[in-house]
Design a protein around this ligand. Structure first.
Ligand code: IPE
Ligand code: IPE
Ligand code: MG
Length: 247
């Protein structure tokens, strides 16, 4: 029996979020520059998004560049932005073929003009696709998003559109850049690091976390299936007792 056949098709997570980590180490291990790792990470994105679309995942959020990543050496940041532009340009065809809709979260104003432009074109071109929504987190950090949400909420209170006592979970949800997407049921991080690195802090409150030592460019569809099978074996209790959730 193949790994894919072991997946329970009635329990596919509707939203998977991935911290695609380990590109630099992957390249270093091959005696190459870090950017070579980033370039090879694109293939993993293609494979994993296709696999998600095939098995019925509806949303895939990919952490591609964090707010903190701006502090990397300028040459690496520039190379990553160039790679982003060329990848979006080249991959739009594949997104269309696979019926995948592109979205983004993060502070787009920070990105070079060219990136913003390419991103907008691809988002516009793919907006009617329905099989899977792929959300690129670019110049994104959860704290940035929460600060933004706080400002939006404060403004509504100031304008008299919202009473302080009315602020609840839903208010926060509706003011984050992730407002149009359900919270991820499963979060995967590659490269053996066991941390969140400022990714979706609010939305991951009850997500199942899955860590693998595989470096991102080596992560393939079988690894994705493995993560989903592992997820399906877990009991999600949301604060309740085991008896409550199984009865
Ligand atoms: C993840 O790989 C990609 C980005 C953060 C842009 P890294 O570049 O962090 O690779 P490592 O962690 O240094 O190996
Ligand atoms: C997280 O990876 C960000 C992305 C994958 C885009 P990092 O490599 O930047 O995270 P840290 O620095 O190891 O926490
Ligand atoms: Mg890293």
């Amino acid at each position: 029996m193949t790994l894919k056949n072991s997946i329970n098709t009635d329990k596919i997570p509707s939203h998977i979020a991935i911290i695609m980590d380990g590109n630099g180490r992957w390249a270093k291990g091959k005696g190459k520059f870090r950017i070579f790792g980033h370039q090879n990470g694109v293939g993993a994105v293609r494979e994993v998004s296709e696999a998600c679309a095939e098995i019925g995942v509806k949303f895939l959020t990919l952490y591609a560049f964090s707010t903190e990543n701006w502090s990397r050496p300028a040459a690496e940041v520039m190379a990553l932005m160039e790679l982003l532009v060329s990848t979006i340009r080249k991959e739009t065809k594949t997104l269309m073929k696979n019926n995948i809709k592109l979205e983004s979260i993060g502070n787009m104003d920070d990105l070079p003009e060219k990136c913003q432009r390419e991103l907008k074109i691809a988002i516009e071109e793919t907006k009617h696709n329905t099989r899977l929504t792929m959300i690129l987190a670019l110049s994104y950090s959860a704290k940035w998003d929460m600060i933004n949400a706080t400002k939006l909420i404060a403004q509504k209170v100031k304008n008299g559109e919202l009473a302080i006592d009315e602020i609840n979970d839903k208010t926060i949800d509706e003011n984050l850049s992730t407002k149009n997407f359900p919270h991820p049921e499963l979060m995967i991080r590659t490269s053996g690091e066991h941390r969140i690195s400022n990714f979706l802090l609010w939305e991951l409150a009850y997500s199942e976390l899955y860590f693998t030592d595989k470096l991102w460019p080596d992560f393939n569809r079988e690894d994705l299936y493995q993560a989903i099978i592992n997820f399906q074996q877990r009991e999600r209790r949301f604060g309740k007792t085991s008896e409550q959730v199984t009865s």
